[in-house]
Write a protein that binds this ligand. Sequence first.
Ligand code: SF4
Length: 172
Amino acid sequence: MGFSPSKALAQAHQFKLVRTSETRNTCPYCSVGCGLILYGLGDNSKNVRTTIIHVEGDPDHPVNRGTLCPKGAGLVDFIHSPNRLKYPEYRAPGSSEWKRISWDEAFAKVARLMKDDRDKNFIAKNAAGATVNRWLTTGFLAASASSNESGYITHKVVRNTGILAFDNQARV
Ligand code: SF4
C-alpha cells in the first residue's frame, strides 16, 4: 500500500527512567554504607505521591562508586514490601496485638521507660568506690547507615546516659 513503518520503528526508545526524578540516599542494610540513587516517578505536584521505581548505585559515591551487592540491588522490593514497618506500633504487656500509635506517643513512651529504668538501676560507683556511672539494664540500637555527624551525636547522647550496650543493625 506504499506505507513503510521504518521511520516509526526508528523512533528513539523511551527509557523507563526518562521521566523520573533522582534522589541520593544511603543503603540501610549494612555498615559499608553504599550510596544510592532512587528514581521516583511523579510530577512533584502537591497531591501526587512519588513512587520509587528503580534503585541504582551512585557512581559519584566514594564508598561504592556505582556498585551494589545483591542486597542493595534488591532494595526496590524492600521499599514496596507489604511487610515494611512505616510507623510506630505498640504491643501492650500480655497482648498479642500490635496497635498503631503516633510518633509523639512513641517518643513519650520510650523516654518514660528509659527514665524510670535509669533512675532505678544507674550505678554511680562500683564496689571499690570508684566512679563508674554505668547504666546496664537498657541497650540502644542505632543505624549503621548514619553519617559521621549523626553517628557522633548519637554516640555522645547514648554514652552520656551511661549505657554500655550500644550497637547497630549491621552487627545484629
Ligand atoms: S549495597 Fe550491600 S554492601 Fe552496600 S551498604 Fe548495602 S548491603 Fe552493604
